[in-house]
Design a protein around this ligand. Sequence first.
Ligand code: F6R
Length: 611
Amino acid sequence: MCGIVGYTGPREAYPIIIKGLKRLEYRGYDSTGVALQNGGLNVYKKKGKVAELEDSIIGKNLHSHIGIGHTRWATHGEPSDRNAHPHQSSSGQLAMIHNGIIENYNQLKQELINKGYTFSSDTDTEVLLNFIEEIKKNNDCSLEEAVRVALKRVTGAYVILLMSADDPETIIAARKGSPLVIGVGKGEHFLGSDASPMLEYTKEVVYVNDYELAIVKPDELVLKNLGNEKLTPYVQRLDIELAAIEKGGYEHFMLKEIFEQPQTVYDCLRGRLDAVEGTITMSGIQQYAEQIMNANRIVMVACGTSWHAGLVAEYIFEELCRINVEVEYASEFRYRNPVINKGDVIIAISQSGETADTLVAIENAKSNGAIILGVVNVVGSSIARMSHAGAYTHAGPEIGVASTKAFTAQLAVLTMIALKIGYMKGTITQKRYMNLLKELQEIPEKVAWTLKHSDNIKALAEKYKDAHDFLYLGRGYNFPVALEGALKLKEISYIHAEGYPAAEMKHGPIALVDENLPVVFVATKDSFHEKVVSNMQEIKARKGRVISVITEGDETSASLSEDVMVVPEADEILAPMLSVIPLQLLAYYIGLARGCDVDKPRNLAKSVTVE
Ligand code: F6R
């Protein structure tokens, strides 16, 4: 959560920082601020989105060749002008931005209060900043040294960027548990939570690791550990184009990302799946294939939409590989002292690769001897680096806060892993394997077909937009899709929605059904279809309004539904990659019809880097 940007070099810093913050707003957007050097430190900050800050400082002298900027997702202290970053130290000499949580900030705050410090915000950030200033003053040391000493006392997660009034060239940065990328230009450096703020200026980047500190000047990047030993920065070349992080003519990133799915699923399969040769090439998985085949169990660890992908994968792995699979919320798994046996295989699923709970969960499991495989979208992210091996989803940058294309790409990767392992293990016949490869290769076209036949969904959104609640039902492979459809609707439109296994609804939720309740069935033709049709009858008999995602040509389901959304026929294992798409669109159009900010829903952030 929170986006950070920094710049030092010959260009004007302010426009670079503002543009960078707009790209990072997916990480939080309840308040914004910048610090510039212009005859001393100047800090401008405001509750609200980046555009509101911009409007509020029109006409000010924003000239500066160095600066830091922050877009916030509140943890300590409500969203307000005073809690917005950057914070300034008591002397006014230091300005700092922070992404993360300082867990022992209360203790540090008390120490500072005892020394006479007062605070102008409720944040942990201001405490850490004054703690650094106090160490610098007391030890009469450099700022760099003070930061190092302070960070050794800190528990929690952080990326900090720090500027000092008496040094108009240097930004000091440090990280533990939150992401930090440094862009290396010619005589200039860029800093960001991800690479998006620097893409048009440089493709050369350094991913800073935990417990590292960077002293960044226009001409120099010095990287050290907290023991003050110099490290050699590992400069990598990025493979992302600017167009990938722009809207490309769509009204919202979410819509663009939904419509990108034929391409993203294709990109995910490309170079891996060969349906003619009957091969799946995934080198990371190949390396651990023996251990996966022989694992007593596989544990999928994830949060939110990625957790739903894990649930679909549970069904697929159990079917194709005959391995016991458990699916865990990372936040529960990390705290409840789970039994982990040597040789357990953990599959961490994450779009961002930075979700704090998932990261810590796999860290714990790894130290207990588990093999960690990452199914991650963001290349070079913390979860990718923490994993023994894995497979990237190659969906490209996902900027809309609600996850869409990452989900279908996760399903594609997880299906390939299950097919590969199942075939090697002999738990799936050659015929079924070859058929599934062929079908999987056709999925991008079927996704395109689904999008092409989605024109009616906008009108459905208008019709149902005023409902107070929605129920989403599905069975088997489509049960997690029902959960995902409900999650999408909740987060984008703020309508209460629940996902349920269709049969389980008789054990409680059916009491909600009346003539006002829209019930969305994910009812594609699969081995559970007849049962789902019976569940539809039960809802209809109680006057619920049945809306269904159905396989093209399924007259039975259509006749029981007030409205339908269609997908083409597909093997049931692969159907979730199709059946989720109308639900993504339904949520999008309902959110839009209700006037919601679909790319930046309230209270959310794209990358949940706090627990
Ligand atoms: C929902 C959504 C979240 C994320 C969750 C995990 O649309 O985006 O539920 O899926 O925060 O994030 P990652 O996949 O980045 O670990």
